[in-house]
Design a protein around this ligand. Sequence first.
Ligand code: PGA
Length: 255
Amino acid sequence: MVKWVIGNWKMNGLSGSLEEAAKIAEGAGAHSASVVSMVCPPATLLARMAEKCAGSALSVGGQDCHAAEAGAHTGDVSAEMLVDAGAVAVILGHSERRTDHAETSGQVKAKTEAAWRAGLTPIVCVGETEAERDAGKAEAVVEAQLAESLPDILPAQQREDLIVAYEPVWAIGTGRVPTEADIAAMHLKVRQHLEARYGQPGRTVPILYGGSMKPDNAASIMKIANVDGGLVGGASLKADSFLAIASAGATAANG
Ligand code: PGA
C-alpha cells in the first residue's frame, strides 16, 4: 500500500522557501512509486509553489478553506480558489484552527463538502487534548469529532475521496508521541468508524498520523497497522527531513 507524506507548513514560509520546496520536489521523485508527497504551504505561496513543482512528484495543498464558493468573507479563501491556485487537497479542522478560530466540527463538515464541490481531497484532522486523554476520553472525543466532521455520504468518482489525520493535540510541536500501541488502537478505531460509516470505500481511506513525526520515528510509526502515512509539521519545512520521512515511508510501504 502506498504511504502519504503531507507537509503542513502552517504560518511559515516566504518567497525564499520556494527553493526548499523545489528540493523536496526533486527528491520526492525517488520515492514516487510508493509514497505520495505533498506540501501545504501558506496561501501566499500556493500558486507559485504549484507552478514551481508542476510535473514533479510533489503536489500542493491548502491549509483551510471557507465553505462558500465566493462572497463577502474578508480574509477567507474558498476551495475553488485553492484549486485555481493549483492545490489538489486541503487540510481541514486542524486543531490549531479549532483552537485559534473556534472552528466547530459542523463547520469542518461544511468545509469538507466545499472541498468535494471544488474537486479537492479533504484532509480532515481529529485528535484529543492531553486532558481528554488523561481522563480516558481520547477515543470518545475522536469518535465524536469524526461523527460530526465527516459528511454521511462519500462522493463518487473522486480521485481521492477523503483523507483522515489523527493528530493528538499534545503531540503537535512538542516532540512527544503516543506509544505505538496507542497509535495502533486509535487508528483501528478510526478505521472501524470509516467502515461502519462508508462500507467498502471506508477500508481504503488513508488514515495519517500527525504530531512530532520526525525522520527518526517515521519508519516505526508508518509500519503500524492502519497508519497510511504522516501529516508532518516542523519536520516538513526542510528538504532533508521531509525527504528522510518520505524515504521511511517508502521502506514502510515496501516492507
Ligand atoms: P508537528 O505538527 O509535526 O510539528 O508536530 C504536525 C501538525 O500539526 O500537523
